[in-house]
Design a protein around this ligand. Sequence first.
Ligand code: PGA
Length: 253
Amino acid sequence: MPNRYLIANWKMNLPPEGIGAFLGAVNADGIVVAPPFPYLREVAAGAPKSVAVAAQNCADQPAGAFTGEVSARMIRDCGARFVILGHSERRNIYGESDAVVAKKTALAIESGLTPIVCIGENLNERERGHAMAVCSGQIAALGMPQLANAGEVIVAYEPVWAIGTGRNATSAMVAEMARAVRDALMRYWPAELAQRAPVLYGGSVTPENAGDLVAHGGIDGFLVGGASLDSKKFLALAESMNLLSSSQNDVMI
Ligand code: PGA
């Protein structure tokens, strides 16, 4: 069975309640918090034991004259265990190609980080019936020798049209895509890694739509943007995934 994850992608934001207050409130297994680079150490030091830390990106080079870049090794040194790669904002705003995402994924694995690789079709691709082909191509592009040494690689299916738009994919769409993603993983990745790869959904996940996505989406968790900046909403997502221990449920009641 793949592990289950609930990942907070803060993007270039901080929770208005403050980092300390947020971390004090979200104590549940499977939670990963991805702050901007300068806050990695603070989040790693302040997070409860059950909560892990991710960076939102890393350089496509191991070291050297690359002004403004941060290497996978440096991220590891800051106490993070995960790194989000190939987010659609990286692909679309900063022009990251499949090849660049693959290079970063290889470096992350070599540095001991667990990659959280994002894939997903845009609206035009969905309307033309190409959603599965696009995602399968993005997974194929990640088929690389380093995968043989990876303990775990997490895949986040995030349709571009659903990110930050308030328009989530339906649980039926997510279930269909999760099946297609798993088929592609089995086709292009080492079988053992593919079998245990958690497949997450991301795109306008809220406490209101999470229950249906958990029950019928066929996924192993969520990558969350907007709703991850508020500990109450984020904790409600953890609850919908059943990540809270029974004693925490008692406290919430
Ligand atoms: P959203 O972002 O939850 O705000 O749609 C998801 C993401 O970009 O990972």
